[in-house]
Design a binder for this molecule. Structure first.
Ligand code: SAM
Length: 294
């Protein structure tokens, strides 16, 4: 089987299987060998690595991954692509194809079965409509990860890297920057895909930190605070956090915590750094513990 990463070879396979693109699955297949080679290069995969690919499509990138990694686990939701993948990847005995929705898949079990729980690398041209839940799901699964190298919508790559005071700063920026060092590796034009997406793309590499850049007593609470702050972006933190039922915080609790941090009472979440969210969370944890003792 020839390498698929050209428009001609891709069209040939699509015709052979009479495949029609499913817009609802964000199917934009890569048809540029230069981009495919660069993604594999910047992902840093070696013959020691087990790679998780999300959405292999017809197997274009999977072929490159299979050539360069020890093992590849590819999770694809579209049943119509499975016979195609079996054909295009028939030359490789180090690829496992799983027909599942990545948002429902038990990633921890897959990592345990396929890689003995050792950290794996994620490499993918992601379906853009679920980029955020995929990335958040990988973090929240608690699965051991070394890095995530993915093609995403250009604006989403920016959102992952920006800090406070920019309009794109939000819960995704903070989660990514708590767990990983994000680096935009390249911009990719719509003409590198079939069909062409209506948005620009970028490849971003997220390298997992061994130790998070900030310490926080209750990680889950910090993320609940972050979510509540950005759910109601235009509200002050005092109003936003006291309105969030899951947090069970009063206006007074939040006001006192902000005062201790030397922040103005009308401050909004979008101006706080990750370190400040961690500090706020710790002060509120301390308050709750004190209240319980009284
Ligand atoms: N990797 C291929 C390539 O680069 O040419 C295809 C990338 S295409 C942007 C996204 C792929 O993700 C499609 O094959 C699509 O069917 C698959 N997909 C979409 N939603 C998914 C989900 N929830 N779980 C697993 N795969 C999904």
């Amino acid at each position: 089987m020839a390498f698929l990463g050209t428009p001609g070879n891709t069209v040939q396979i699509l015709k052979k299987y009479n495949f029609s693109f499913q817009k609802k699955y964000g199917q934009n297949f890569l048809v540029d060998t230069n981009i495919l080679e660069k993604i594999v290069e910047v992902s840093g995969i070696t013959k020691q690595d087990c790679v998780l690919e999300i959405g292999p499509g017809i197997g274009t990138m999977t072929q490159y991954l299979a050539e360069n990694a020890r093992e590849v686990v590819a999770v694809e939701i579209d049943r119509a692509l499975i016979p195609i993948l079996k054909d295009t990847l028939s030359a490789y005995d180090n690829v496992d194809i799983i027909n599942e929705d990545i948002l429902k898949a038990d990633i921890r079990r897959i990592a345990e079965e396929k890689n003995g729980g050792r950290p794996f690398k994620v490499v993918a041209n992601l379906p853009y409509y679920i980029t955020t839940p995929i990335i958040m799901g990988l973090f929240e699964s608690g699965v051991a990860l070394e890095s995530i190298t993915v093609m995403v919508q250009k604006e989403v790559a920016e959102r992952m890297t920006v800090g406070p005071g920019t309009k794109d700063y939000g819960a995704l920026s903070l989660a990514v920057q708590y767990y990983c060092k994000p680096e935009v590796m390249m911009q990719v034009s719509p003409s590198c895909f079939l069909p062409k997406p209506s948005v620009g793309s970028a490849v971003i590499r997220l390298t997992r930190y061994k130790d998070a850049p900030v310490r926080v007593k209750e990680e889950r609470q910090m993320f609940a605070i972050i979510r509540a702050s950005f759910n109601q972006r235009r509200k002050t933190l005092v109003n936003g956090l006291s309105n969030a039922a899951e947090l069970q915080m009063t206006k007074q609790d939040v006001s006192e915590a902000l005062e201790r941090m030397g922040l103005p009472p009308a401050v909004r979440g979008e101006t706080l750094t990750l370190a400040q969210f961690a500090e706020l969370s710790d002060i509120l944890t301390e308050k709750r513990q004190k209240n319980r003792k009284i």
